[in-house]
Write a protein that binds this ligand. Structure first.
Ligand code: SF4
Length: 281
C-alpha cells in the first residue's frame, strides 16, 4: 500500500511555540511548572510534558508558587494575568497570536456597537477565551438560523462576524453569505489562521486523489476533527486516530493508496509511527 503524507501536517506555529515555551520552563524551573488547562489538544504530548514536570491544573486557585503557563487557546479572562502576578507567580503566556487576534477583533466589534457572532463551538476553550476578553453578549454558533433569530430582535441589523481560528473556510463563508442577505451592515474579520487553512486545503486535495484517509490527532482537537470531516465529505473511508496502535489492517482490504494528514497539535513522532505502521500493512 502506498502512503502519501500531506505537505502541511502536524505542528503549527502556535503549537510549536507553546510546546517550546513549556519545555523551556520545565528545564529552568524543575517541578514547579503548571499549565492552566491542557497546554494543547493532544493527550500524548500533554502526558510527555507531565513526565517532565509540567502539571495540568484547572484553576489558578490550585497554584501557590512557581510558574504558570497560559495555554495556546488562551485563558478565560484577562484578569487571570493580574491575579497570577499578584500571587507572585512567574507567567509564561503561550496564547497563540492568532487567538490573541480573534480576542482583539471581537472586542473591537463589540466596542463599535455591532452585534457580534463568532462562527465556532461555544464550549471550546478558544471561544471561551474570546468571550472572556470581549464579553458574553457574543453569539457563538455554527447555525445561521440562530443568528437570524437573534437579529430578529433588532430593528437595525448591524452584524460583526469573526471565526474560531480552526473553523473550516467553507462553513465560515457560507454563514457570511447568508448574513449578507439579511443585514444592513456586516463587518467581517477572517480570523481563521493560515495553518488551519493550509491543512484544510491540502487535506481536501489529497482526499480527492486517494482511496482512504487517516487523520491523526487528539479527539479533543477541533482542527483535527474538522480535517476528518472535510476528508469524509469526499466520500472515502476516513479514520481519525490518535496513535498508530489504533490502526487495523482490516480497514484497508483492497486499498493501494492511502493519504495521511494530521492536526496542528500532532507531533512528528506520532505521524511517523502512523506512516511506518501503514507501510507495514
Ligand atoms: S491552529 Fe492556528 S490558532 Fe491554533 S495554535 Fe495553531 S497557529 Fe495558532
Amino acid at each position: 500500500m502506498e502512503v502519501v503524507l500531506a505537505e502541511h501536517a502536524g505542528y503549527c506555529f502556535g503549537v510549536k511555540r507553546a510546546v517550546k515555551l513549556a519545555n523551556d520552563a520545565a528545564d529552568i524551573n524543575q517541578g514547579q511548572v503548571q499549565s492552566l488547562g491542557p497546554l494543547i489538544h493532544n493527550p500524548q504530548v500533554v502526558n510527555q510534558l507531565a513526565e517532565k514536570g509540567v502539571k495540568k491544573v484547572d484553576s489558578l486557585d490550585e497554584i501557590d508558587e512557581g510558574t504558570v503557563i497560559f495555554r495556546s487557546h488562551g485563558v478565560s479572562s484577562p484578569e487571570l494575568m493580574e491575579r497570577a502576578i499578584e500571587k507572585g507567580l512567574q507567567v509564561v503566556d503561550a496564547t497563540c497570536p492568532f487567538v490573541t487576534n480573534a480576542q482583539k477583533y471581537a472586542k473591537q466589534l463589540v466596542d463599535e456597537g455591532y452585534q457580534v457572532v463568532m462562527v465556532g463551538d461555544r464550549e471550546h476553550p478558544e471561544t471561551q477565551s474570546v468571550l472572556g476578553h470581549a464579553g458574553d453578549d457574543i453569539l457563538v454558533t455554527e447555525s445561521f438560523d440562530e443568528i437570524k433569530a437573534l437579529l430578529n430582535r433588532f430593528s437595525k441589523k448591524r452584524l460583526g462576524i469573526i471565526s474560531q481560528t480552526t473553523q473550516t473556510y467553507g462553513k465560515f463563508s457560507e454563514i457570511v453569505v447568508q448574513c449578507l442577505e439579511i443585514c444592513e451592515e456586516v463587518k467581517i474579520f477572517n480570523t481563521i489562521c493560515y495553518a488551519t487553512e493550509d491543512r484544510q486545503t491540502e487535506a481536501e486535495a489529497l482526499a480527492k486523489t486517494v482511496e482512504a484517509m487517516v487523520v491523526v490527532g487528539g479527539r479533543n482537537s477541533a482542527n483535527t476533527t474538522h480535517l476528518a470531516d472535510i476528508c469524509r465529505s469526499k466520500g472515502i473511508p476516513v479514520y481519525h486516530i490518535e496513535t498508530a496502535d489504533e490502526i487495523s489492517p482490516d480497514w484497508f482490504p483492497s486499498i493501494e493508496l492511502v493519504g495521511v494528514t494530521a492536526g496542528a497539535s500532532t507531533p512528528d513522532w506520532i505521524i511517523n509511527n502512523v506512516i511506518d505502521s501503514l507501510k507495514r500493512i
